[in-house]
Design a protein around this ligand. Sequence first.
Ligand code: TYD
Ligand code: MG
Length: 466
Amino acid sequence: MAKPRNVFVCQSCGNVQPKWTGRCEACLEWNTLQEEREAAEARPKGAASARGRAGLVLSGMKGTERMPPRLATGIEELDRALGGGIVKGSAMLLGGDPGIGKSTLTLQAAAALATAGRGVVYVTGEESAEQIRLRAQRLGLEDTPIGLGVATSVQDILATVDGPTAPDLLVIDSIQTMHVEGLEPAPGTVTQLRAASHDLIRFAKKRGTAVLLIGHVTKEGQIAGPRVLEHMVDTVLYFEGERGHQFRIIRAVKNRFGPANEIGVFEMREAGLHPVGNPSALFLADREEGIAGAAVFAGIEGTRPILVEVQALVAPSPLATPRRAVVGWDGNRLAMILAVLEARCGLVMSGRDVYLNVAGGLKVGEPGADLAVAAALVSSLADRPVPGQTVVFGEVGLAGEVRPVAQTDARLREAQKLGFKRAVVPRMAKPPKGGIALVETTRLADLVALIGPVRRGRRREEALDA
Ligand code: TYD
Ligand code: MG
């Protein structure tokens, strides 16, 4: 057997290199390599030989399998994000910034299942039992029959839960505090993270226990050692939004048992996370009509239509390189929209600072938001509000064309439900019948014309002076 060598493991993506470099060769992140002892490969001689083996048993695709049963937590917004509830024997990862509400939501879900008669074990390696009990008290859940344990050794945990009756749900808060005894690298390294998750997930599959791993997210927005864990688990849920916001949005970025990108919306209250059944109404609650630089986007998150306000501020910049700040949308996409407005519609965006914000803390990923973003930008630049009671959606191409998006009907229905009278949309082959008036656009210039005159190539003050 070869002597174990020292290798360098990227703490972000798990890549293993023989030499130290300042930057990981795989994921290109800086300063993420850490020296670890390579696990000695115990591979007995002759193991690779095929002779005398039973081999692989092949079968067809047809069988009697059904979708594994789901345990609904009864917390609707969580069940929705999960695609209907927790799947028996599945492995889930719940990620988010420290303090965003991971332990709170998990405790609420655990309590709901325990109250419904399910076996639930909550293991913390991060807080003391007293701290968890205080949280339970605050949430009014101290009487629920959850098995609470404080541990950081995976062997200890499995020795307890892998007994005659395995629990229905095992919560690990957090996976970064867990370690596998006998493995050399320190707790918190990618090797430990991977080994601990592997053992817990294998237990989940063997005993049909659903395992929920809580994971911290680093500044860059990824769970430390993220890519490693994401492909090991069945479902990845992330909290998005910031701590300052009152809303907490949980998104299924991966789900082997349901639609991906489904979101659940909560409000952080005195007594825990409170599900928000009608997020559009809430996202638009503080909105004022008739303000320049705002547009309502009729979006789709997962399978659900959501209306949200996009706000823009375009202002003359004192800086040589004007500022571009984005919250809740992709900065590169914003750069593209600005370039198209400049090149195809003749609006001068250079020399101006641009701020863009999706209200409420939602992260919009759809290109269908392009037209709403453009509307907010043009409205701010022209200092004229987008026409009232109007929603906007559509994708914008590099030639300045407006492209169709999916699920038009659902978007329009939601807009109508919330009292909107008009929708600025891409050209439609079959416009749906209904009460909402459609303003079809084929080019971005149509939108600019709709919002009003922007003096071409002039700064706003000049336009006002003229
Ligand atoms: P927590 O679940 O501990 O966050 P995480 O596990 O993601 O680090 O929640 C942290 C915040 O939530 C904390 O700042 C206090 C607040 N909070 C409430 O506002 N109401 C509550 O009922 C609870 C339990 C927490
Ligand atoms: Mg916590």
